[in-house]
Design a protein around this ligand. Structure first.
Ligand code: LLP
Length: 414
């Protein structure tokens, strides 16, 4: 369910994409609520032990999307005060919220402690002392985990690898033991968990298993020092299919089995997972309208009304996202670049891409846009941000209005 062509016309659940595009205009992000719910249930059911799914809000932080997961019992993985604000607004239970990030400010730490989240995932000993200071000023104890960098190669795009020694994330594996001993000495710190996250769009589950085993060993060593854990947080990262010809991610069942195997000696410890892309990636499309065609010497261009400000993944990572006309079977195939209106050569959605040609005014769907699509969009070139729409069965609703000109200059003065 979710997205399908019926008689060569694209539907999201029971709603024709063309109807939404004509009504809401383009570019527009369209999500399938059913798809989101199904992915959450799949993830949930794959685990047999006590666990908490804390949706990585950075993947898609629309209130309505977060709330869809909140209603299924989801927590949230957040990385800023803004994301915590959103998660709380969307009715996520504070006790299911984990806070990652290398640069949490004292103001953010205060906000998190005041709201009694599950734990702050600390990425340095500097941060440990900052958290202790803030907790002391509030006369509270802060629940913490260290994010351990296990130095395991996740074999993904270098920009989204996080668990290697050369990356800025976490505490080096060798130093984590001492960091916990330091934390134990502090009056306003409660050691609650241990966390790692080695990277995103992982298509091989071996690195996750290897990292899990390393972290389980660390937990065993710390246990000998009297340090016990209430939670072990394995981060996010499970990959999805963008390119049907190439991507072959492990199933969520295999992923869950490997993680559970690695932590089998810690049955009573709450297993926290922070999936983002898996829950929302394939549950969204971005729909854009063809504005013009042109040919420069031998190269065809389809020029559309969405640019890298609306969807930056192809430009930033060279990421592949499938693009199809929302009405198929009308035209011959051509090889072209699908480009947007931004004044940059890197403004493309696809390059040297074979696609059934579309006339000016026709709509194209960019698939797998539910994760890191809208959340990474910007106002570059003073372009208003796109609208977001959620489909639920036969109905759809706008869950974020398209920005207007006044939104673009909000807060500015002459
Ligand atoms: N937890 C932490 C601490 C993270 O840093 C991330 C993602 C996640 C969980 C969720 O990872 P996921 O399950 O979605 O792979 N903009 C890039 C992805 C950046 C991911 C950053 N961290 C992209 O568009 O591919």
């Amino acid at each position: 369910m979710g997205f399908q062509y019926i008689d060569n016309e694209l539907y999201v659940e029971n709603v024709k994409v063309e109807d939404i595009a004509k009504d809401v205009k383009t570019p527009v992000y369209i999500y399938s609520k059913q798809h989101f719910e199904e992915q959450f249930k799949k993830f949930d059911e794959a685990f047999s032990r006590k666990h908490c799914i804390s949706f990585a809000v950075k993947a898609n932080s629309n209130l309505s999307v977060i709330n869809t997961f909140a209603k299924l019992g989801s927590g949230a993985d957040i990385v800023s005060k803004g994301e915590l604000f959103r998660a709380l607004k969307a009715n996520i239970e504070p006790s299911k919220i984990v806070f990652s990030g290398v640069a949490k400010t004292k103001d953010e730490i205060k906000y998190a402690i005041e709201n009694e989240i599950m734990m702050l995932n600390l990425e340095s000993t500097d941060e440990l002392y900052a958290v202790n200071d803030v907790a002391k000023s509030l006369n509270k104890k802060a629940r913490i985990a260290f994010r351990v960098n296990p130095d395991v190669d996740p074999k993904t795009h270098p920009y989204i690898s996080t668990g290697l020694k050369k990356n800025k994330f976490g505490i080096p594996y060798e130093e984590a033991f001492d960091a916990y001993l330091k934390a134990k000495e502090l009056d306003n710190i409660e050691i609650y968990g241990v966390q790692f996250h080695i990277g995103s769009q992982l298509l091989d589950s071996t690195p996750i298993y290897d990292a899990s085993v390393k972290v389980a060993n660390l937990m065993k060593e710390l246990l000998l020092k009297g340090i016990e854990f209430k939670a072990v947080d394995v981060g996010g990262g499970l990959g999805i299919v963008y390119d049907k010809q190439k991507d072959n991610p492990p199933s969520v069942e295999i992923y869950a089995k490997q993680v559970e195997e690695a932590f089998k000696d810690f049955e009573d410890v709450l297993l926290v997972c922070e999936p983002g892309r898996f829950l929302v990636g394939n549950g969204g499309i971005m729909v854009t309208k063809v504005v013009y065609h042109k040919k420069n010497v031998n190269k065809n261009f389809i020029i559309v009304d969405a640019g890298m400000n609306d969807l930056i993944r192809p430009s930033l990572y060279g990421a592949f996202q499938e693009i199809q006309p929302i009405k198929r079977g009308q035209n011959e195939k051509i090889v072209c670049d699908v480009v947007g209106p931004i004044c940059e050569t890197s403004d493309f959605l696809a390059r040297d891409y074979e696609i059934e040609d579309a006339q000016n005014g026709d709509y194209l769907a960019v698939f797998s846009s539910g994760a890191y699509g809208f959340t990474m969009s910007s106002n570059y070139n003073s372009r208003a941000k796109a609208a977001e729409v959620m489909v639920d069965g036969n109905d759809y609703k706008i869950i974020r209005q398209r920005e207007n000109l006044e939104d673009l200059i909000k807060g500015e003065t002459l």
